[in-house]
Design a binder for this molecule. Structure first.
Ligand code: ADQ
Length: 757
């Protein structure tokens, strides 16, 4: 029993004792005054029926123990009084402690007896002393005795024990309830934390702005409020690290127009840059409204145009527009882009026969299917070959005519000009000729079917540097040279020595120009794009929109894509009415039977699918066989839920990169053929084998059902790849190699001059 409890109970017992003493005091005082204390014994015994009263003793005012109950210990009245005065009036007995209380009992002594008057005495009344009261005054109470009350204290221990047990039980119960509540609350907030932490780990809230409201966060993945400061902190830290990394890398990571220009000024300073391609970057067409300027749907143009704007050279290309001749000067030149005049476009005019033989015939019926191995047989006609040679020579002559020095930097584009490098080299031996092959290079067996394989390889090896999109294509080319030419190959340096000249064979994955911040700010929002596209095509708003953007070319896998859409609707009928595929296809090479029949076949398959799955107000496939301006293509990319690229074979494929660049909202899924060069860089796309209809249909289903968070994660990674590996990097790496090569060539020439007798 602790001191506090004891003191508390002592006070309680004192008050109880007073009550008992008060109750007994009248009887006790009467008995004492009357001197009949023996009558008190039964009274005391009755009082002891209160279980807490242990014994009662009665003391005289002089301290003699007059009376006591049976259990009263050997305790004198003085000792009891001394104990009772203590702060803890306790007396330890064999049976346990007792509380000692001593209470005064006051009594009024009986009045003194009045003098007796004899019977019959009549006389005058006795004189009353002046001081004596008239009537008998009441007696003052005097101490009649003291009650000694001994209270059993064992009940305090019992009570204390009970209280302790009760308290322990209460605390245990409370603890249990609190624990249960804590577990429930913790469970709930832990889930929030875990989801938030997961989102953090996935980098969602680090790469994208924090969700502004519940609706903007993917279901169940809102960041717990307590994680927001952590996310901010992490994001800032990541930004710092990124900046630090960039700084530590200096200029070597970020490629942009300025850096390319700086490189041209340092490594190729004062050197003239001439680009040669079949397709011109701007086509002037005569229409009913006058002359209009069009940009062709061409990956090559998309890639090379920003380079030319950066280096202000001359671009030699076939003038194919109906109004092209009307806008050039006396030297068949005009400054472009219209209104900006960054570089010169030199147009070459071809007759219909020349175009037929060189372009449609040898290039597109021969070389294109030969290099793509897309199960369309190449056609090799002698007349086409002759035209090809003649046109290559004409372009080579134009390059030589445009050259202002004996060593210009000539950038030859694509399979239309396989012979041109050697032709230019013949006239300008000091020129640095950089040939980029935009399409794949097949294995030696496939290439071997070309009747003029040696001439083609010979012509290409006139290049100083020969670029392909991938190492795989480089390897195929080197093996092909090894098979068909007598050349010295240095695999370690990836060079081929042929006819006393060396050619470096290197991979330069092409890309797009990453959109400028300002341009991106001016883009209509994704929601606005969606609204415009759905309104224009009469589509419901809440649908899954897949898009394909290509030239109408059999290598692009448009047929395989349509088959996959059909299979999707068969296999997952829940998508009928909710999945729409929009294929934008720019007619191309329509003069060729293969292309015309391909387009007709696509139209037939589209009609078949629409017949099978159309419902009132719903048509699953929309085929837009038309050229679209870049803004319209961008709008479509931004409106879509996925972009489908299923090329059967593609050098790189820029559509996939343009789609990624368009999605600054980090949404949208890219489905990409493993046979496109881009698949080597864009690993976070859903990579498919387009020949496998089932696999492609499954990918469509997966893309259509992909959670927003996964889309964000994949898209963020894709975007950082495309942003870094942009077209300036492609051009910059080639030009750096060219610059090194030129430096080496100049040093060698100087050494030779010194050595000359
Ligand atoms: P292409 O075969 O033309 O290019 P791709 O790389 O996809 O293929 O580029 C096509 C370009 O044309 C893109 O910029 C795209 O936006 C545009 N385009 C496509 N369809 C269009 C349409 N209907 N309307 C408007 N624009 C459209 C070749 C090789 C590729 C290689 C490029 C660059 O075949 O493998 O990536 O050169 O080297």
């Amino acid at each position: 029993m602790d001191q506090v409890t004891l003191r508390w109970f002592s006070r309680d017992l004192n008050s109880r004792g007073m009550l008992v003493a008060n109750a007994l005091s009248d009887s006790v005082s009467d008995a004492l005054m009357a001197g009949h204390t023996d009558k008190l014994q039964p009274l005391f015994e009755r009082a002891l029926q209160d279980e807490r009263l242990f014994a009662i003793g009665l003391c005289s005012p002089r301290g003699e123990l007059l009376l006591h109950t049976e259990a009263f210990p050997t305790l004198s009245c003085d000792a009891a009084a001394a104990l009772a005065r203590q702060a803890e009036p306790r007396l330890n007995l064999a049976g346990g402690p007792v509380h000692v209380g001593v209470h005064n009992v006051m009594g009024t002594p009986p009045p003194p007896p009045t003098p007796e008057v004899p019977d019959g005495f009549v006389g005058p009344p006795a004189p009353v002393p002046a001081a004596a009261p008239v009537a008998a005054a009441p007696q003052q109470p005097v101490l009649a005795g003291r009650l000694v009350l001994l209270h059993d204290m064992s009940f305090i221990e019992r009570r204390s024990e009970d209280t302790r047990n009760y308290l322990v039980g209460l605390i245990a119960g409370l603890g249990l309830v609190i624990a249960v509540i804590t577990v429930v609350v913790a469970q709930l907030s832990w889930r929030g934390w875990v989801n938030g932490a997961r989102a953090l780990m996935r980098g969602e809230v680090l790469f994208s702005p924090l969700p502004s409201g519940p609706s903007s966060a993917p279901a169940g993945e809102a960041l717990a409020p307590e994680l927001i400061p952590l996310a901010n902190e992490l994001r800032n830290r990541m930004r710092d690290l990124e900046d630090e990394f960039r700084r530590s890398q200096g200029l070597h990571t970020e490629w942009n127009a300025e850096r390319l220009r700086a490189l041209l000024n340092t490594h190729i300073s004062g050197d003239q840059v001439i680009v040669v391609s079949n397709r011109e970057p701007y086509i002037h067409e005569r229409t009913a409204d006058g002359v209009i300027v069009k940009r062709p749907a061409s990956g090559l143009v998309t890639a090379v145009e920003p380079v030319m704007r950066a280096c202000s050279g001359t671009w030699v290309a076939h003038g194919s527009g109906s109004a092209d001749r009307d806008v050039v000067d006396a030297h068949d030149r005009l400054p472009v882009p219209p209104g900006q005049d960054d570089y010169w476009l030199r147009r070459i005019w071809l007759t219909a026969e020349e175009e037929q033989g060189y372009y449609y015939g040898f290039a597109n019926e021969g070389m294109w299917p030969l290099c793509h191995v897309a199960h369309v047989r190449p056609v090799f006609r002698e007349s086409d070959w002759e035209a090809y040679k003649a046109v290559n020579q004409r372009f080579a002559d134009a390059v030589v005519a445009e050259a202002r020095s004996e060593d210009p930097l000539v950038l030859v584009q694509d399979y239309h000009f396989a012979l041109l490098p050697a032709m230019v080299r013949e006239k300008l031996p000091q020129a640095t000729i950089l040939t980029f092959w935009h399409i794949p290079w097949p294995n030696p067996e496939s290439f071997g079917i070309c009747p003029w394989r040696k001439e083609i390889l010979d012509g290409m090896l006139g290049s100083t540097i020969l670029g392909f999109h991938t190492r795989y294509h480089c390897k195929n080319f080197i093996e092909t040279v090894d098979r068909y030419l007598e050349a010295r190959i240095e695999h370690e340096h990836s060079t081929i020595a042929f006819r006393e000249k060396e050619t470096l064979v290197e991979s330069y994955p092409i890309s797009i120009e990453w959109p400028q911040e300002e341009a991106m700010r001016n883009w209509p929002s994704v929601e606005a794009c969606r609204q415009r596209v759905t309104e224009r095509l009469g589509l419901p708003q809440d649908l899954c929109l897949a898009v394909g953007v290509d030239r109408f070319d059999y290598t692009k896998g448009i047929l395989e894509r349509l088959n996959a859409v059909e299979r999707l609707l068969e296999k997952w009928p829940q998508w009928i009415g909710r999945f729409v595929f929009v294929q934008v296809a720019a007619p191309t090479r329509s003069a060729l039977e293969e292309y015309r029949s391909f387009q007709e076949r696509i139209e037939r398959v589209t009609a078949r699918i629409n017949e099978r799955f159309s419902r009132p107000g719903y048509q699953p496939v929309h085929l837009l066989a038309a050229h679209h301006e870049p803004d319209a293509v961008n709008e479509l990319f931004r409106a879509a839920d996925m972009c489908v690229v299923t090329s059967l074979h593609d050098g790189m494929n820029l559509v996939s990169k343009e789609f990624v660049a368009a999605r600054d909202d980090l949404q949208g899924v890219l489905i990409l053929s493993r046979f496109a060069g881009a698949a080597r860089e864009l690993a976070e796309a859903l990579i498919v084998n387009p020949y496998h209809v089932e696999e492609t249909a499954d990918a469509l289903h997966r893309a259509a059902s992909m959670p927003a968070a996964e889309q964000r994660e994949r898209m963020a990674s894709l975007r950082s790849t495309v942003r870094e590996s942009n077209v300036f990097r492609w051009a910059g790496r080639m030009l750096l190699d060219a610059g090194r090569w030129r430096l080496r060539a100049r040093i060698e020439a100087r050494v030779r001059r010194h050595q000359a007798p």
